[in-house]
Design a binder for this molecule. Structure first.
Ligand SMILES: [Zn+2]
Length: 266
C-alpha cells in the first residue's frame, strides 16, 4: 500500500516535470480516493507556477510551503553534524551555564560573539573554569540562528591534520581544510595543549591568519599565557581592533562548589 502510493507520487513528479501544470490542475487530475496532507502540492513537496508556455518561470518547480518546517529541521540537523560538537555536550548552552564571580566579562563577551556583535574572542584561564562551556554555547547559539559553525578541540584537529583525514569526514581533506578556513564561525578549543609538528603548527598558523585576513569570526580557548602560544597566532589574537582577550580569574568549578555551596544534607 505504502509502495503503491509512493509510486503514484513518483509518477506524478515525472508527469509534472516540464508540463504546464498548475496547482489546481494537479488537484483535478488526482484520483479522488487519495487523501493528501497538503492540498497545494499533493504531498509532492514542490509546486510549479501557473504561467503560460514560454514564460521564464514555466516548468520551474519551487518548494511548497508545507515543506518549510521539515526543510528547516533538516538544515539544522545538517549544520549540527557539520559543527562536530562532541557527543553528550547538549547541555553546554548559555541557559545551562552556571555563573560565578570572576566570569562576568567572559560571559558578556561570549554573548556578544553569539549575537554577532564581537568577531574574535580568546578565553584564557585554568582548567574547569567554564571556557569550553562558553565556547560551545556560542557555537550552539550560532546553529540555533541557522548559521554554520565548526567546533574543533585543537589537539584532535592537529592529529587529524597529521593523518590527513577525519574519521567522519564526508569531504576530501582539502575541502575539509577549506571549510575550517571559511565556515561562518570557528571554535578552537584548548589551543596550546598540543605538541604539533612544524607542519601542523604551520597549518594552524595559516588557518588563524586566513580567518584574520578575511575577518571571519573565531573563538579560542587556552590554558596557556599569551607568551607560550605560537607568536603568529598570539599577535592576531591580541589585535584589540578585532576582538577581545578575556583572562578568566574565577575559581575552578570543583573548588567553587566546595567553598561557596553548602553541602546538601543527606
Ligand atoms: Zn505542500
Amino acid at each position: 500500500m505504502q509502495e503503491e502510493s509512493s509510486f503514484q507520487r513518483l509518477g506524478q513528479v515525472l508527469a509534472n516535470s516540464g508540463l504546464p501544470q498548475t496547482t489546481s490542475a494537479k488537484k483535478a487530475s488526482a484520483p479522488s480516493s487519495i487523501e493528501y496532507k497538503c492540498p497545494i502540492c499533493h504531498d509532492l513537496g514542490w509546486v510549479s507556477f501557473d504561467v503560460e508556455l514560454g514564460h521564464p518561470d514555466f516548468g520551474l518547480l519551487v518548494r511548497c510551503e508545507c515543506m518549510k518546517e521539515a526543510d528547516e529541521a533538516e538544515r539544522r540537523a545538517r549544520f549540527l553534524r557539520l559543527c562536530r560538537l562532541p557527543a553528550a555536550t547538549e547541555d553546554r548552552t548559555f541557559e545551562k551555564f552556571e555563573p560565578r564571580p570572576g566570569l562576568e566579562k567572559a560571559i558578556q563577551a561570549a554573548q556578544q560573539v553569539a549575537a554577532g556583535k564581537l568577531r574574535w574572542l580568546t578565553l584564557m584561564g585554568g582548567v574547569d573554569t567554564g571556557k569550553s562551556h562558553l565556547a560551545m554555547a556560542i557555537a550552539r547559539k550560532w546553529l540555533e540562528q541557522g548559521k554554520p559553525a565548526r567546533y574543533a578541540a585543537v589537539p584532535v584537529f592537529l592529529d587529524e591534520l597529521r593523518r590527513g583525514y577525519h574519521p567522519d569526514a564526508d569531504m576530501s581533506y582539502d575541502q575539509e581544510f577549506y571549510f575550517y578556513q571559511n565556515v561562518d564561525l570557528l571554535v578552537l578549543d584548548d589551543l596550546g595543549m598540543e605538541c604539533p609538528t612544524p607542519w601542523a603548527q604551520e597549518k594552524l598558523d595559516m588557518l588563524v591568519n586566513y580567518r584574520y585576513e578575511n575577518a571571519l569570526p573565531l573563538v579560542v580557548t587556552t590554558n596557556l599565557p599569551m607568551d607560550q602560544i605560537s607568536p603568529r597566532i598570539a599577535s592576531r589574537l591580541q589585535r584589540t581592533d578585532f576582538g577581545r582577550v578575556v583572562n578568566i580569574k574565577a575559581l575552578e568549578y570543583r573548588l567553587y562548589r566546595m567553598k561557596e555551596r553548602p553541602a546538601k544534607p543527606k
